[in-house]
Design a protein around this ligand. Structure first.
Ligand SMILES: [Zn+2]
Length: 201
């Protein structure tokens, strides 16, 4: 909402300044320009002051409700996988709603806990998955699930793809922004039900 008023204000101010610039050329006397310009400057200052007040007010609300974090968007999630030696470490951050869970308390149901191990699949590399470690950030009242994964790989150089395999079990997931980072390479892509795999080759 705040964008529209500020854009409108900017357009109005811009038009006013344009008018001031035009009218400044026409009158022989510079007298009208003097009073006009400070008035508009004052107007602009007032406008900015209002915006700043409004912004900080929103920011304050945000701090109370979201602890400074930006609000999440249901359907979206982020998956980051890093390689350290022969281990892959994964972190999935997702609105709890994507997992069909309440966002009020950040609690996982047994059904969801049982599914976590199948959320992310690593192709190639002869990797063995560890037990996922589910957590939650409940500071916003819109809880984010934070799930950590580990894989130990016999041939980590031979890992070929990362697949988000949770779209069927959890149809609320629409897009999982995924990134794979090693010391020498970085790959990223948006995984979707139609394209659930990030190729690493
Ligand atoms: Zn939410």
């Amino acid at each position: 909402m705040s964008h529209i008023p500020s854009r409108t204000l900017g357009a109005v101010l811009g038009a006013a300044l344009l008018l001031a610039a035009c009218s400044a050329k026409e009158p022989a006397s510079p007298a009208p320009v003097g009073p006009d310009a400070p008035a508009e400057a004052a107007g602009a200052a007032d406008g900015h002051a209002d915006e700043a007040a409004e912004g900080s007010e929103h920011g304050h609300d945000g701090e109370e409700e979201a602890a400074g974090g930006s609000p999440h968007v249901h359907g979206l999630a982020d998956l980051a996988i890093t390689r350290e030696g022969n281990q892959l470490l994964g972190e999935l951050i997702t609105p709890m709603a994507n997992l069909g869970l309440s966002e009020a308390d950040g609690a996982y149901s047994d059904v969801v806990l049982a599914e976590l191990g199948g959320l992310v699949e690593i192709s190639g590399g002869e990797c063995t998955a560890g037990v996922p470690d589910p957590g939650a950030d409940t500071s916003s009242g819109h809880a984010d699930g934070i799930v950590h994964f580990t894989w130990t790989c016999a041939r980590p150089d031979a890992v070929t793809a990362i697949r988000f395999a949770g779209f069927e079990a959890f149809p609320s997931f629409e897009k999982v922004g995924t990134i794979y980072i090693t010391e020498t390479e970085q790959k990223a892509g948006d995984l979707t039900p139609a394209s659930p795999e990030l190729s690493l080759k």
